[in-house]
Design a protein around this ligand. Structure first.
Ligand SMILES: [Zn+2]
Length: 304
């Protein structure tokens, strides 16, 4: 059975650590992150974006995750990431996701309040929790694109949470989606985060928080990738963000980079091997390793 995202996050909020949200698109990614969670006894929030749903189909992805919950003992929740299409959100609620995100960050404040409130009423009727977003996270992820970062206003955040009844809030404090997070120096507004947490007192979510590990980037480049200028969020900033109130950290880019590096390596080194299992097997292991690093960093090890 799928676990409740809300239960997982309220515990993290009380005990002050963060739970990994891993984006999944296929069986190998799912198996890699689930094995990491099992090895380190961590709760997991597995997420499908609208992009991954159009790639693999909601039913396929739901069944994969549901199977994982039956084969393991750790709490595993299934979450809809960056829901913007209300039809997709309704389908996710109907099929039995643990939680849905409504991303109204591109809307004016009042409109974001109205639509988020509507999604909350649909989801809560079925015991499903809702993540909402206020402010703008930069960068690009699937179809979610935004060049400018608009920091979340702590006072508006309080009003937003009270009026919408959402269960957790994604905040914009300077992170950005994708592998090219900063042109220069990393600058996260930890001060704004602290103020938001004092005002809303609920689980907070950090998007665009991949580390973009240099060792993985170098490995991919060794086998032909062009990743010039990539930059992620340093571990020290992530630790500080958890201390200041972040309880869910989304990771997609780091998994993609690990998968890509592993596939490139096999394809380049073994030109005569065309067995998909030999190509995707090492990618699954690479995903597991990155996921374990994230779990250790977030402090969710042993919290299952
Ligand atoms: Zn995101």
């Amino acid at each position: 059975m799928l676990a409740s995202t809300k239960d997982i996050l309220l515990k993290a909020h009380r005990k002050r650590y963060a739970v990994p949200h891993f984006n999944i698109n296929n069986m190998e990614i799912l198996q890699g992150v689930v094995q990491a969670g099992v090895n380190l006894k961590s709760p997991l929030i597995l997420a499908t974006s609208e992009g991954s749903i159009s790639y693999a189909g909601m039913n396929f992805l739901y069944s994969l995750v549901e199977t994982a919950t039956r084969l393991t003992k750790i709490p595993i929740a299934l979450h809809l990431d960056h829901g913007r299409d209300l039809k997709t959100i309704k389908e996710a609620i109907k099929i039995g996701y643990s939680s849905v995100m409504f991303d109204g960050s591109h809307l004016p404040f009042e409109k974001n309040v109205i639509v988020t409130k509507k999604v909350v009423s649909w989801a809560h009727r079925k015991g499903i929790s809702v993540e909402a977003e206020l402010g703008t996270i930069g960068g690009a992820e699937d179809d979610i694109r935004s060049r400018k970062i608009i920091y979340t206003d702590p006072i508006k955040a309080k009003e937003f949470v009270e009026r919408t009844g959402c269960d957790f809030l994604a905040v914009a404090i300077g992170t950005s989606h994708g592998a090219y997070k900063f042109a220069g120096k990393v600058a996260l507004r930890q001060d704004i985060l602290k103020e938001i947490k004092q005002k809303v007192k609920m689980p907070l979510v950090l998007h665009g928080a991949s580390e973009v590990p240099l060792s993985v980037v170098r490995e991919a480049e060794k086998y032909g990738a062009n990743l010039k200028g990539v930059q992620g969020i340093p571990d020290t900033q992530i630790k500080m963000a958890i201390k200041n109130g972040i309880n869910k950290i989304n990771t997609d880019t780091d998994l993609r980079l690990a998968f890509d590096a592993a596939v490139r390596k096999v394809v380049m080194k073994k030109p005569k091997d065309f067995d998909p299992r030999h190509i995707l097997g090492p990618a699954r292991e690479a995903i597991q390793k990155v996921a374990e690093d994230r779990i250790r960093l977030f402090g969710s090890k042993g919290k299952a």
